[in-house]
Design a protein around this ligand. Structure first.
Ligand code: CP
Length: 305
């Protein structure tokens, strides 16, 4: 999980490292001056609402100065590369750079040149580690599994466009490291058997068969910006086959929760009443995101000094 001061992905996640971040985030007794005198830059080459805002808020709550940079309106339009942009920003004196980019491997590339801590806020279809931490925190708190973060006996279905999803890849690694059983569910082109083999989890293509077994259903949107629309045949009724409707949600176990990393496409992968319903922990995931990003920034900057 950690590579020195850098947090790039959840592949090979260590349960102890996960629990250590989750314990700090769950405790939430942060020192508001922990990062006083430090500076954090958000470098977002791809759009974001919750990740960028929550990293900014997290850094500010720890006393750091924060600069929000987005590629829109930047010198990227003049041909400046990812690496040159990063080195330019880093040379201004930042202790941590949070980066989001459409290319898988972008954050890892920066670590080869960085003097500051690099935190991956999502790279292509590869990894989104702080989303997975937020999801584990929200799920553990919702299911009462937060003491010790032992998810053995917990079954989580990750439903939808898994092949395009960095959130799915990060969550499979972190949830299985914490002991959960994870099932990827969706149409075969979005959930190929090879993906389950590569990630070391189960695969299913019938949501109605899986849903009554699960403790959590994590719904994913179809990532049209990554060409996922081409994965399905024309006229395919995605919502009918894989959308979490009110009727489907009603058949879930007592206490089972509904998750979504956002942004949601209501009426496609999730019906609005389910997103807003009593099982939903969607906004708890967002709130958990601030706490895990506080824990991650604090740890990353400690590790970098
Ligand atoms: N879940 C997530 O990464 O959302 P944003 O794209 O809004 O940051």
């Amino acid at each position: 999980m950690w590579s020195g001061a850098h947090l790039i992905g959840m592949d090979g996640a260590d349960a102890e490292q996960l629990r250590s971040v989750l314990d700090v985030a769950a405790d939430a007794s942060f020192d508001p001056d922990a990062l006083r005198g430090r500076a954090v830059a958000n470098l977002f080459f791809e759009d974001s609402t919750r990740t960028r805002v929550s990293f900014s808020l997290a850094a500010q709550r720890l006393g750091a100065r924060v600069v929000d940079w987005t590629s829109a309106g930047s010198s990227v339009s003049k041909g400046e590369s990812l690496l040159d942009t990063f080195l330019t920003i880093e040379s201004m004196g930042f202790d941590a750079v949070v980066v989001r980019h459409r290319e898988s491997g972008a954050a890892r590339l920066l670590t080869e040149h960085a003097r500051c801590a690099v935190i991956n806020a999502g790279d292509g279809t590869h990894q989104h580690p702080t989303q997975a931490l937020a999801d584990a925190l929200a799920l553990g708190e919702a299911l009462g599994r937060d003491r010790g973060w032992d998810f053995s006996g917990v079954t989580v279905a990750i439903v939808g466009d898994c092949v395009s999803s960095r959130v799915a890849r990060s969550n499979v690694a972190s949830l299985t490291a914490l002991g959960a059983r994870v099932i990827l569910v969706g149409p075969a082109p979005m959930v190929p058997d090879t993906l389950g083999e590569a990630l070391g989890c189960e695969v299913a293509h019938d949501l109605d068969a899986v849903l009554p077994e699960v403790d959590a259903a994590m719904m994913l949107r179809i990532q049209l910006e990554r060409g996922a629309g081409r994965l399905l045949p024309g006229g395919f009724d995605y919502a009918g086959a894989f959308g979490l409707s009110r009727q489907r949600a009603a058949g879930m176990k007592d206490g089972a929760v509904v998750m979504h990393p956002g942004p949601m496409n209501r009426g496609v992968e999730i019906e609005g009443v389910v997103a807003d319903g009593s099982r939903s922990i969607v906004l708890a995931q967002v709130e958990a995101g601030v706490r895990v990003r506080m824990a991650v920034l604090d740890e990353a900057i400690r590790r970098s000094v």
